[in-house]
Design a protein around this ligand. Structure first.
Ligand code: CO
Length: 458
């Protein structure tokens, strides 16, 4: 049997339209999605939280509760960046625990937890709290290609995650780099070495996605991530219906009801067309970028490099930057090129080339990374480079979150009078400026509806 996780509400939304899908856009189809027979619906976490507060002016927690109310039968899934939660820095353990607890209370059933460096110390608290709250913890391994990353390393990570108590393991291929052959071999190794179900998550960016999911299913993958066809392909996932069609022909049981897929797709197709017309979806994201296979850097990172160089009128130096990028990555101990590392490595490579001196300048983020504030680099950091950037500054070897003061009491002191509940407090902690703005707007909205009602009575 191969089960399906539908990603249209989270990853497809994030990959194709920069997470700008408002709740109202998909509300009418939720009840149908609940009937389809998905293993889970990925609908929260990742960039959705930030986007709700920053752009959509929605309360992310309320969005989750509304999805849950409409989908009581299907497991709701979220993506969590370990100790970073849904923000961009490490939070203290008490914040991580409260966030996980509240996510489960508000409707999440499966929390997929990863760390950008695959440093398991950065996921253990979130995993522990997920289990304590009776939800499913899914440990995600960031898949990347480098001279030090191999199946042995991934199997070792999977074994350690299993002993932490995760109930499934996800191969998270954020750049669409996992090839059919590599996927087959990796899933085969994982199936031999761990007992929990294996989930495969990839993107179509390079064109490999469909073939890779098929080979992974052949190797025994239990769950695959797909997106309903109108929101599939390009930087998104392979299409749900196509994978079901293919797998069933080959004799796999796929417990999803096709007539509901049709309804779901009819619904999202109309919305997709509307988004194209309004410019919310750029057709470029729907294409195939094979450059990633040559340079082994994610498509999003490549376009960032191009736009950085264009902005500085230095696009003719792209080749030099593309040559410099893997060298920077090697100096930094081969971090997987996933947010935020992809941006950090890219900016450094551009700076190394344009300034004419390697590591003459380094961003605050790179300094934090080299100080160990993001966790442990997968490989060895070039100590000469570290010294050139940091000088004699202290480097953390222990888990960075251990050095942080508890965050909840401090936040309560700071925001206590403005917040109504723990959910609000967590929004504040992660995105203070955006939350502040959103909450005052929400207050205003409440008052406006109120006065409107009064005037109606009068
Ligand atoms: Co993804």
């Amino acid at each position: 049997m191969v089960k399906i996780t539908e990603t249209v509400l989270r990853d497809a939304n994030q990959s194709l339209m920069a997470t700008r899908m408002p709740f109202e856009a998909f509300e009418p189809i939720l009840k149908t999605m609940d009937k389809a027979g998905y293993h889970s619906i990925e609908c929260w976490g990742g960039a959705t939280f930030d986007s709700c507060l920053r752009y959509l002016k929605e309360d992310p927690w309320e969005r989750l509760r509304k999805i849950k109310a409409a989908c009581p039968e299907t497991k709701l899934q979220m993506l969590l960046r370990g100790q970073n939660l849904l923000g961009y820095k490490h939070y203290p353990d008490d914040v991580v625990r409260l966030f996980v607890k509240k996510s489960v209370e508000n409707g999440i059933d499966i929390i997929r937890i990863f760390d950008a460096l695959n440093d398991l110390r950065n996921i253990e608290v979130a995993v522990d709290e997920t289990l304590k709250n009776g939800a499913e913890a899914s440990g995600a391994i960031c898949y990347t290609l480098s001279p030090i990353h191999n199946n042995e390393m991934y199997v070792d990570l999977a074994r350690k995650m299993e002993s932490m108590g995760v109930q499934s393991i996800c191969v998270k291929d954020m750049a669409g780099l996992l090839s059919p052959k590599e996927g087959y071999e990796l899933v085969s190794e994982l199936k031999k070495n761990v007992k929990v179900p294996i989930v495969v998550h990839t993107h179509c960016s390079t064109g490999l996605g469909y073939m890779t999911l098929l080979k992974c299913a052949e190797a025994g993958a239990d769950v695959i991530d797909t997106a309903i066809s109108s929101f599939s392909g390009g930087t998104s996932q392979p299409a749900t219906e196509t994978m079901i069609y293919t797998l069933r022909q080959l004799g796999y049981d796929v417990p999803v009801t096709e007539k509901y897929c049709k309804k779901i797709n009819d619904f999202f197709k109309r919305y997709h067309n509307k988004c194209l017309e309004e410019g919310l979806i750029n057709p470029v994201v729907m294409g195939t970028q094979t450059e990633t296979l040559i340079y082994q850097i994610p498509g999003g990172m490549l376009s960032n490099l191009v736009s950085q160089l264009t902005a500085q009128n230095e696009l003719d130096r792209l080749d030099e930057v593309l040559e410099e990028t893997p060298k920077v990555r090697a100096d930094f101990g081969y971090p997987p090129l996933v947010t935020p590392m992809s941006q950090m490595v890219g900016v450094q490579a551009v700076s190394n080339v344009l300034s004419g001196e390697r590591y003459k300048n380094a961003s605050t983020e790179i300094r934090s990374y080299l100080k160990g504030e993001y966790g442990k680099a997968p490989g060895k950091v070039n100590e000469e480079v570290r010294k050139k950037i940091l000088g004699e500054e202290k480097v953390h070897t222990s888990r960075y979150a251990d050095t942080l003061e508890p965050g909840i009491p401090k936040a309560k002191e700071e925001y206590g009078d403005k917040i109504a509940c723990d959910e609000d407090l967590l929004s504040y902690i992660m995105f203070p400026a955006q939350a502040e703005e959103f909450f005052s707007e929400r207050e205003l909205r409440k008052k406006n509806t109120f006065s409107y009602k009064i005037s109606e009575i009068e």
